[in-house]
Write a protein that binds this ligand. Sequence first.
Ligand SMILES: Nc1ncnc2c1ncn2[C@@H]1O[C@H](COP(=O)(O)OP(=O)(O)O)[C@@H](O)[C@H]1O
Ligand SMILES: [Mg+2]
Length: 388
Amino acid sequence: MIRLESLTKRYGDLRAVDDLTLEVPAGELVVLIGPSGCGKTTTLEMVNRLVEPTSGHIFLEGKDVTRVNVSTLRRRIGYVIQQSGLFPHMTIADNVATVPRLLRWEKQRTVERVNELLALVGLDSATHATRYPRELSGGQQQRVGVARALAADPPVMLMDEPFGATDPITREHLQDEFIRIQSELRKTIVFVTHDIDEAIKMGDRIAILGEGSYIAQYDTPEHILSAPANEFVEGFLGEGLLLKRLQLARVRDIETFDDWPKLRLDDEPAVVQETLRHISREWVLVLDEQARPRRWARTSALREGTDRLSNPGEPIQTVLQDEFSLQQALQEMLISTSGGAVVVDADGRYRGVVYIETLNRAVRSMRADAEDQLVEVDRAAGNGGARR
Ligand SMILES: Nc1ncnc2c1ncn2[C@@H]1O[C@H](COP(=O)(O)OP(=O)(O)O)[C@@H](O)[C@H]1O
Ligand SMILES: [Mg+2]
C-alpha cells in the first residue's frame, strides 16, 4: 500500500502539488488523471524521491519513504517515465538490464531475465535485444520501458503516461497486454494518464485531479461513471457516458445467464435419447468433449436418427466471450439475425445463453440517465426476434 499524506511541493510561489492525501491499496492500479500541469508527474517523482516534498509524508507499506535509503527505495519501485525514457546509446537488452546490473546480478541470470521480460511485453528477443531504441517503433519502445521497470520485480510501479506516444491502435494493444500482465503480477501501481478512456479501462480506482492535484473525485470507474461528484468530473468524462459504461461492463457481470438444452459429443447414445425425451425445444446445442459449443442440432432429426451429434450441422452464429464488454456484445448481437448468443468462458467452455433483452436489462440497470441513447438499444431489441 502507498499512502500520501498532505503531500505538498512548491516551486517558489507555485504549488505544483498542494496538500494531496491519497491511499493506493496493495495490488491495485490507481490512475491519476487531470489537466496538464496539475502535478501528476511531480507526485510520482516525490514517491520515488527524485523530488523532495516541501511538506507532507509518503508511506510505502507503512514506512516513511524519506527515512529509507534512496537506492533501497528505488529498488522496490519500477518507474516508467513519460516518452519511454530509454537510454538511446544502449541496446534494448542493456536498457532492460539496467537495474539487474546495478544490483550486480550474475550475467546468466540477467540474460535470462531480459529474455523473459521481453517475451512478457510481447517482443521477440532474438530480433530486438541487440537493437537500439531508435530502431524500434514508438509502441515497441514503450514496451521496453515497461520491461525495464519490471526487471527487478519491484512490488510498486509508477507509470507516467506510459502509452502516451503511440497511435490509438498500438495503445489499445499495450493497454490490453498490460492488463493481462497486471492480472498475473498484481503490483501496486500509480498510473498517470490524461486519457479518460484509458483511465476507465485500466484503473481499479481513478483519482480525478484538479489544479495542485486537488482530488475532485477518487473512486472506482463504475462509481465515477454512474455518479460523477461534480461538474468538473462530468466535464472530464465528456460525451457518451452511456457508451463508456457499456464499454466498462462485462458480459460476465450479467447476473444470470439463461440455460439451453445441450448434448455433448461424448454422451452415450442412451443418455442422448434420454435427454432428447425431455427437450421440448426445436433446437439443441451440441458441445464438444471439452464443453465447447460446436453447433446447433434439430432435436427431431436426432430423435429420428436422420442427424448424428458428430455431423457438422448448423453453425453457431454468435458466440460471446464472457470477458467481452457489453458494447462488444451488443455489437455482435446486432449484426446477427438471431436474438440470442451463446456465452463461453476464456477456455471456450459453455456458460449459458443471453438474449438481446438480457443485455438491454443490464444496460437499464446501469442507471442510465441518457434516455435518448437507450432508445437505440430498445429498438434493436424489438427487432431481434429469437429464432431459436
Ligand atoms: N523543476 C521545476 N521547477 C519549477 N516548476 C516546475 C518544475 N517541475 C514542475 N514544475 C511545475 O509544476 C507544475 C506541475 O508539473 P507536473 O507535475 O509536471 O504536471 P503534470 O505532470 O500533471 O502535467 C507545473 O506548473 C510545472 O510547470
Ligand atoms: Mg506529466
